[in-house]
Design a protein around this ligand. Structure first.
Ligand code: RP5
Length: 177
């Protein structure tokens, strides 16, 4: 790895991604996002704030995120999930929304509340639940990789590994018939 690459990949250990969730009960889903960031060696901060129960805390956390060095925010919430939208209302950083399946509507309510943002205030909305949270982590890495050649290389490796796993599965399945 060249010195330039090291410099480009270094955040000095400071968090580059902010993960926020509506309740600690969302952690089981949102860990899929934090696990991806750990896998890629991306420093993050993680907290709870609610658009409805603690609107002031949510607004302050989002408003100060850029000053804290955060580049991307991942926001997950369930029910009438306005957390990702509330983040987008208070910062111009990119927001990735994760609808959480914590209500009796199994996340459809959260999906619509997260994805249906008004013109001018986008939230990049993922799939409902753990797979969406995992993809939120990957998308955050992809955004950071635009200015980080080491992360870009890791993403290439990640894709190659995925393809290799499919090859293995195909061979195993084919040989069983
Ligand atoms: C939402 O309500 C949270 O994001 C969570 O998914 C759901 C339930 O929260 P708790 O009642 O478990 O705190 O705001």
């Amino acid at each position: 790895m060249s010195a330039e690459q090291k410099r480009q990949s270094s955040s000095g250990g400071l968090p580059l991604v902010g993960i926020v969730m509506g309740s600690d009960s969302d952690l089981g889903v949102m860990e899929s996002a934090s696990n991806v960031l750990k896998e890629f060696g991306v420093a993050f901060e993680i907290t709870v704030a609610s658009a409805h129960r603690s609107p002031q805390r949510a607004a302050e956390w989002a408003s100060s995120a850029r000053e804290r060095g955060i580049k991307v925010i991942i926001a997950g919430a369930g029910h009438a999930a306005h957390l990702a939208g509330a983040m987008a209302a208070h910062t111009s950083l990119p927001i990735i929304g994760v609808p959480i399946d914590s209500s009796c509507l199994q996340g459809m309510d959260a999906l619509l509340a997260t994805v249906q943002m008004p013109p001018g205030v986008p939230v990049a909305t993922m799939a409902i639940g753990k797979s969406g949270a995992g993809n939120a982590g990957i998308l955050a890495v992809q955004i950071l990789a635009l200015a980080d050649t080491v992360l870009a290389e890791k993403l290439e490796e990640y894709k190659q590994n995925m393809a290799a796993k499919v090859e293995q599965k195909a061979k195993k399945l084919e040989s069983s018939f």
